[in-house]
Design a protein. Structure first.
Length: 331
């Protein structure tokens, strides 16, 4: 993707975001529970409990944070763990919040330790201690905060320290979407994009979308481009699959990263077990990218296994890549 097309992609992504819980497809349990939390807060005329959302990227955590703010009729402030490296960064954000504001902290597991500790008190007592001065003369000045709702998002709930996790009144874990649910996401997006797609065309795109709405919308845009260039009026299964083959998305939805992880596992490490960081080096990616972007989907698809001794290729991984496992591997 060229850098000039990125802002347009982002504008389109924002335009496709559902604005309320009603339009938010799937995740029924989380949606119902959240709706109850928000309704109770409205009846009590209080800010909602803090909400933690976990799950792989692109499943709707940011979208839900925006919906929470909209449903509470409250402004939304967006920041992220990596942007908060010092307690002072967090203090600056917290002290400028207005009453009832929703603060969305993406990748909350990547916040620095001192900031995290400041957040405990802010979440519980709506108060922070600002340290003024240095060394022996340093004093903590308490600062009252207006009540606010924190919405934290993480791709790795297991990495959050217990005391932080415990301070969220509600935790929702987002699951991968079914093909049917992704079809609903795509139908809505196609309507907003004024794009003609038949039923089989939607199924084809949905089944290649790795259970992820962000990917479904992205693939739909690629199919749209392809149809435009090839002057195709209505997208069907054949045109969708031709377009997506071109973008290296295979029939099962595996993209280049997924396939290179599996193929390294099979061809360089004889199917494993191999440690995560070694595997990441072999495919030239960050450990976290392999762990949070590729692995959850590969595990769900039964292609990759996590064992105490490392990652292993499952029998289906070999057949999907058209490879034969070495003799004795699955005996
Ligand atoms: P995350 O924050 O989990 O990475 P986002 O909330 O940014 O994911 O969602 C990515 C895109 O996918 C959004 O632009 C939105 O249009 C779409 N999307 C996510 N979840 C849903 C959903 N449940 N229904 C419809 N569209 C969704």
């Amino acid at each position: 993707m060229s850098s000039t097309s990125e802002p347009e992609e982002r504008v389109l992504e924002a335009a496709l975001r559902p604005k309320n819980l009603h339009d938010f497809v799937g995740q029924q349990r989380v949606r119902e529970q959240l709706s109850l939390v928000l309704e109770a807060a409205r009846i009590r005329e209080r800010t909602s409990d803090h909400v933690l959302l976990s799950g792989p990227p692109g499943l709707g955590k940011t979208t839900l944070a925006m919906i929470i703010a909209a449903e509470m009729n409250a402004p939304l402030r967006i920041s992220s763990g990596p942007a908060i490296q010092h307690a002072g960064d967090l203090a600056a954000i917290l002290s400028s919040l207005t009453e009832g504001e929703v603060l969305f902290l993406d990748e909350i597991h990547r916040m620095s330790r001192p900031a995290e500790e400041m957040l405990y008190m802010a979440m519980e007592d709506f108060r922070v201690d600002i340290v003024v001065g240095k060394g022996a003369g340093a004093t903590a000045v308490p600062l009252e905060l207006p009540p606010f709702t924190l919405v934290g998002a993480t791709t790795r709930a297991g990495l959050l320290p217990g005391p932080l996790r415990d301070r969220f009144g509600f935790t929702g874990h987002l699951e991968f979407y079914s093909v049917d649910e992704l079809e609903l996401v795509l139908r809505r997006s196609a309507m907003l994009m004024d794009l003609k797609v038949n039923s089989a065309g939607f199924t084809e795109v949905a089944s290649r979308s790795r259970g992820t709405p962000r990917i479904a919308n992205r693939l739909l845009r690629r199919v749209r481009d392809w149809a435009l260039v090839h002057q195709i009026e209505q997208i069907d299964a054949r045109s969708a699959s031709q377009a997506l083959e071109m973008y290296e998305v295979d029939a099962r939805g595996l993209d280049r990263l997924d396939r290179s992880v599996l193929s390294a596992l099979c061809t360089k490490f004889g199917g494993g077990p191999v440690g995560l960081s070694t595997l990441a080096i072999a495919v030239g990616e960050e450990t976290e990218t392999v762990e949070t972007v590729a692995e959850p989907f590969l595990v769900r698809e039964g292609l990759l296994g996590r064992t105490p001794r490392g990652r292993i290729a499952m029998p289906e991984a070999w057949s999907h890549l058209g490879l034969t496992p070495p003799a004795g591997v699955f005996d």
